[in-house]
Ligand binder design. Sequence first.
Ligand SMILES: C[S@@+](CC[C@H](N)C(=O)[O-])C[C@H]1O[C@@H](n2cnc3c(N)ncnc32)[C@H](O)[C@@H]1O
Length: 177
Amino acid sequence: MGEDFGYFDPTENLRPKQTTILEVGPRQLPSVDFFRQFPSAKVVFVSLEPAEFDYQTRVPGSNYVQANALDFLTSNDPAIPSDGFDFILVCNTLGPSGEELIARNLSKFVPLAYSRLKPGGELIFEETYGHVKPKEGGYITRIIDRLGFNAQFLTNPKYTLRKGNWGEGCFQIVVTK
Ligand SMILES: C[S@@+](CC[C@H](N)C(=O)[O-])C[C@H]1O[C@@H](n2cnc3c(N)ncnc32)[C@H](O)[C@@H]1O
């Protein structure tokens, strides 16, 4: 007969933990290459825009929440894991266009996103469209640093979100918790 451990499950810490990923503003371009590296991850998309296609078919088991990421991250939405995300991805939203609310709200967005990361988790901004030049990316990195976060500017990152888009002038800003 097995020993009775009551409510305590001694195997809990030995079980592999599921990777959890939030992508902000995916539009038609989910970070396919990134997700391929984490095939069993639980993925949540949040965007101001309605879903353009069936994300659940492209990324099985994913959730799509139509909301401002700033509101979503402050909410009790059940799609937010209680222990936080492993990765929060934000691709091509640092541009100057008026709709890029993330760019205009970095001082709110970065602390909020950071608070929703697991220890060791990463907030990854990726710019691949050339709308934001590396020099401007360096400036944004220093702004995030000055907010008190350890931001790294990378032109040769560990993971790229979509490899096909990567080239000269592309960069990431990575904030690790
Ligand atoms: C330029 S598009 C980039 C789309 C995609 N990530 C890409 O790389 O092609 C920026 C996207 O971010 C979304 N977005 C901007 N600010 C947002 C916010 N505060 N909350 C949620 N989505 C936001 C926009 O609605 C838009 O879909």
